[in-house]
Design a protein. Structure first.
Length: 265
């Protein structure tokens, strides 16, 4: 026979289960968002490394074409357009960093020039976490996520630990992720969930909902960004997508070079 005390406990127990389910769902969502963020960051780096020189060459050819046209016509409007085109390719601060070793203020590096002429080229440096690194990352986040803390000290410890985990994952450092997994396993045991007041549980659910809303906004911004949109076109073969874009850009370069040759002849 069910006692009145048991009847009273059931609503709170159901609320606690709802909070735990919401916490786990939020952690899974946060893992997905962070994973996509890393993929977007890596794809962005690879995009700049591989295609940056081609975009730079196209800008340079556009400037040369505009200058050749202005020299031929002498028209003030053509000269103005030529100046604008040239201004777009003037060296800018940080250009070497922007193109990650492909270009500096003096122009293309040998590797970039080689790529534009179909010669052998050193592959761009890339970071893409392995399947094992992904597995370790997900496991660590599930275990050490700050949202599982109930004490402020434990939350701070988890936040500091996950900062290191995120850094290792962004670098694709599988060895360090294994070391971090061992470190967490040997560390203090997280305190067990303990019953709280209904008001506290409802407040917890509200905070989790707000956190999910914030992550949804982050995910939307990532997916809507130019690089994120490109990555979504070929999530399983981003290299193939870059090759397709590179092929089109090379055709654009060839067309502009032909146009410039015709103007100068």
């Amino acid at each position: 026979m069910t006692t009145p005390e048991a009847e009273q406990a059931r609503p709170e127990e159901r609320l606690e289960r709802a909070v735990r389910a919401a916490e786990q769902a939020l952690i899974e969502f946060e893992i997905a968002v962070e994973t996509f963020r890393v993929e977007v960051e890596n794809f962005s780096r690879l995009h700049h490394q591989k295609l940056g020189p081609m975009y730079a060459r196209i800008d340079e050819l556009d400037a040369l074409i505009a200058e050749a046209r202005a020299a031929r016509t002498g028209d003030p409007e053509d000269r103005r357009l030529a100046e604008e085109a040239r201004a777009r390719v003037l060296p800018m601060p940080g250009v070497e960093e922007l193109f990650h070793g492909w270009m500096d203020g003096d122009g293309l590096f040998p590797e970039a020039a080689a790529m534009l002429t179909d010669q052998s080229v050193r592959p761009p440096e890339r970071v893409r976490p392995s399947d094992e690194a992904r597995r370790l990352y997900r496991e660590l986040v599930r275990k050490a996520h700050p949202d599982l803390a109930r004490e402020e000290d434990d939350r701070k410890r988890r936040e500091e630990f996950l900062t290191r985990v995120n850094g290792a994952y962004a670098r694709g450092d599988e060895v360090l992720l294994r070391e971090l997994a061992e470190e967490w396993a040997a560390g203090p045991v997280a305190p067990q969930d303990r019953p709280g007041r209904s008001e506290e549980l409802y407040a917890r659910l509200e905070w989790l909902a707000q956190r999910k809303e914030m992550l949804t906004q982050v995910a939307s911004e990532l997916e809507g960004s130019p690089i994120g949109s490109m990555l979504r076109l070929a999530p399983d073969d981003p290299d193939g997508l870059l090759d397709e874009i590179a092929e089109k850009l090379l055709a654009d370069v060839a067309a502009r070079e032909a146009q410039l040759t015709e103007l100068l002849s």
